[in-house]
Design a binder for this molecule. Sequence first.
Ligand code: HEC
Length: 303
Amino acid sequence: MIKRKLEDEINFKDLIKNPLRLFGWIYPLFFLLLIVLGVMYVKNLRQISYNQQPVLLQDSIRVWQDIEEKKGGILPAVDLTTLSNPSQDLIAAGKELYDANCQSCHGADGKGDGAAGVALNPKPRNFHETEGWTNGRTFTDLYKTLQVGIIQNGMAAYEYIAPQNRVAIIQYVRTFADYPAVTEEEIAQLDAEYKLSEGTETPNQIPVMKAISLISSETNQQIINDLNVINYIDESGYKLFREYAVDKIKIANAFKFDEVNSFDNFVKILQSDPVTLGFKAEVLTLNNGQMKELFDFIYKITS
Ligand code: HEC
């Protein structure tokens, strides 16, 4: 083999004549770059596969609506005269409520042909028909239907609508056809059963998701307070916790239930999926003694 000096290799005149020779110089660099990228990829494999979990199917069961936020208080008593003798204003208010709450299933004209009711079996009631009702067509029957719903048939309960507003809706529904007249006796019975003329007290209500986040932010604050306690600083459990915990709040929430509070359970749960629980995967490399220290610390801050 002919030995060449370095100067020969980077002889520019030569290079211009034969640029492919440059490749010989760049090739090792490329190779190095590939190796570096490869190592980075493998190191981050856990994160990469995490981020790429495809959503296989939309979970149709999880299409839901949270309850609305409402201030509680006394729901005004129902004016009993509106049961037998509704004003035009009341019926107009009833129509508005009907359009907002019922029309989607029962249809704009009360024919049971609303878009949301198409797939339901039995079909939403056609309010123009006089036969085949499940609860019946009297005022009391309608009130009961709204109070408890016919859940098994897809008719929800609307007990959260204020009684006076329910009366308004019913009076509007009754304009679709001839309904049995409301007798004094019926009114008295209805009042006795549902305490319409007394008014009802309702508690404050907030959406479930909001409640969850409020509760968890309270506990989180508690946990964070605990973590700030200077006492822990020198504890080896605390050091391990700081080293291996990724999401401290998640961990504290995961381990605050009583059934976890034995060391064996803790290890079992931890081994099942440390990453989802909020740890680094490397936590599994701890030896038994360290594991115990970690457990003792978590147990202390969460109980
Ligand atoms: C999600 C669709 C849906 C919505 C929204 C809905 N309903 Fe219904 N409703 C039904 C279905 C389905 C039935 C049929 C139940 C049956 O046949 O037992 C029904 C039946 C009824 C009946 C007849 C009960 C009987 O005795 O047969 C009344 C009255 C009624 N709904 C009133 C209302 C009112 C008032 C509203 C609005 C506040 C409303 N519904 C909203 C689906 C719905």
